[in-house]
Design a protein around this ligand. Structure first.
Ligand SMILES: *Cc1c(COP(=O)(O)O)cnc(C)c1O
Length: 377
């Protein structure tokens, strides 16, 4: 019997070498050589005017909420089917959260329900690119422009994925990546904020340097640095950036390996979909995904529990996530669900994530698929 974990953190084998080099530079605080290299890589690969590593995607989202100048009483529209950080970032600024239902095909916010949730207090829309599959961004950006709203993309799962050829995270005003060890590229804990507008990169540098213009000072643009706005410390150590760097160098190799596993899962589970026993992920034509996850949707929560137990007996760890935020204690306190919950709760109870990581083999995938087919037979 195999013993297949749900996730294994990605590694290239060159991490140690780069960490040693970072230590040798004698400067392991934030914005060292590796941090700058990673920032530049992200800018080049996404087209963002500015990209800055942060200590997590949670922190990138909090920084985005500061950049968006969210104040108490402002309303922010987001899906309820997401990780808590998407909501916390805005609740911390005093915003009222307005949850909107998801689409059953991609589990992304239903773009057609957003406009109805807008009030005169609405300040921002926060689409979450679930599983690295892009939200319907053209529609969302058009609504945002018409209502003068800011768009913050939670692209935690969307690194190296795109919508109509544009990198996820680079389409809205701000985009947030995660480099947590459960994501496609990892530095243990880490993330990045992407800034679309070149005129806003200075403000981003200030907010992430504790509200000071230290970055300008280091470039010799001002002769002393001082406190210019509220901010915090969002810079990771250069040691963490050194760990991430070789993975960015190998980003395409990692991406292709994950996609190959994803395709193998799809092919081998398709017969079950054809028999109406499971639903497989849907990738809209305008989206290039990054195989962040592979999931199946079964009939209901009871069948899911039985399938998890069956897989566990056979050495396969499969997991689910996201108790819809609107039904959680804090979600009820800081937000409200606008409209009808047609799919958020239902889909969240049907979805099961299968093992997916860099290093998973197609043979492993065949084993998992066989166990799932066995369950239904
Ligand atoms: C992982 C994740 C986050 C948080 O990322 P961290 O880097 O762990 O802070 C936020 N939003 C979504 C959708 C995520 O999947």
């Amino acid at each position: 019997m195999r013993n297949l974990k749900f996730n294994v953190a990605p590694q290239t084998g060159r991490e140690e070498q780069h960490i040693s080099k970072a230590i040798e530079t004698g400067r392991i605080c934030g914005d060292g050589v590796y941090t700058k290299q990673c920032n530049q890589w992200i800018e080049e690969h996404t087209g963002a005017a500015g990209a800055y590593l942060t200590t997590s995607c949670t922190q990138a989202l909090e920084m985005a909420a500061l950049m968006a100048d969210i104040h108490p009483g402002d309303e922010v529209i987001l899906p309820s089917y997401t990780f808590v950080s998407t909501a916390n970032a805005f609740a911390l600024r005093g915003a009222q959260l307005v949850f909107v239902d998801i689409r059953p095909d991609t589990n992304n916010i239903d773009e057609n329900l957003i406009e109805d949730a807008i009030t005169e207090k609405t300040r921002a829309i926060v689409p979450v690119h679930y599983a690295g599959v892009g939200c319907e961004m053209d529609t969302i950006m058009e609504i945002a422009e018409r209502h003068h709203l800011i768009v913050v993309e939670d692209a935690a799962q969307g690194v190296c994925a795109s919508y109509k050829g544009r990198a996820l995270g680079s389409i809205g005003d701000f985009g947030c990546f995660s480099f947590h060890e459960t994501k496609n590229y990892s530095m243990g804990e880490g993330g990045a904020i992407l800034i679309r507008d070149p005129e806003k990169t200075d403000a981003a540098e200030i907010i992430r340097e504790k509200g000071t213009d230290r970055s300008r000072f280091l470039r010799g643009q001002v002769d002393k640095y001082s406190w210019v706005s509220i901010g915090s410390s969002y810079l990771p150590s250069d040691i963490n950036a050194a760990y991430l760097w070789p993975q960015l160098e190998d980003a395409e190799v990692i991406n292709q390996a994950r996609l190959a596993c994803w395709d193998a899962y799809y092919e081998q589970l398709q017969p079950l979909q054809e028999r109406g026993l499971v639903d497989l992920p849907v990738i809209p034509e305008e989206c290039q995904h990054n195989a962040h996850m592979f999931y199946v949707k079964v009939a209901d929560i009871e069948q899911r529990s039985a399938l998890i137990a069956h897989l566990k007996e056979n050495g396969v760890s499969a997991v689910f996530h996201y108790v819809p935020l609107h039904s959680a204690t804090a979600g009820r306190k800081y937000g409200r669900f606008h409209g009808e919950d047609r799919f958020t709760t239902k889909e969240s109870e049907r979805l099961l994530r299968l093992p997916m990581y860099y290093g998973l083999t197609e043979d492993d995938v065949s084993y998992v698929a066989e166990m799932i087919r066995g369950f239904f037979d």
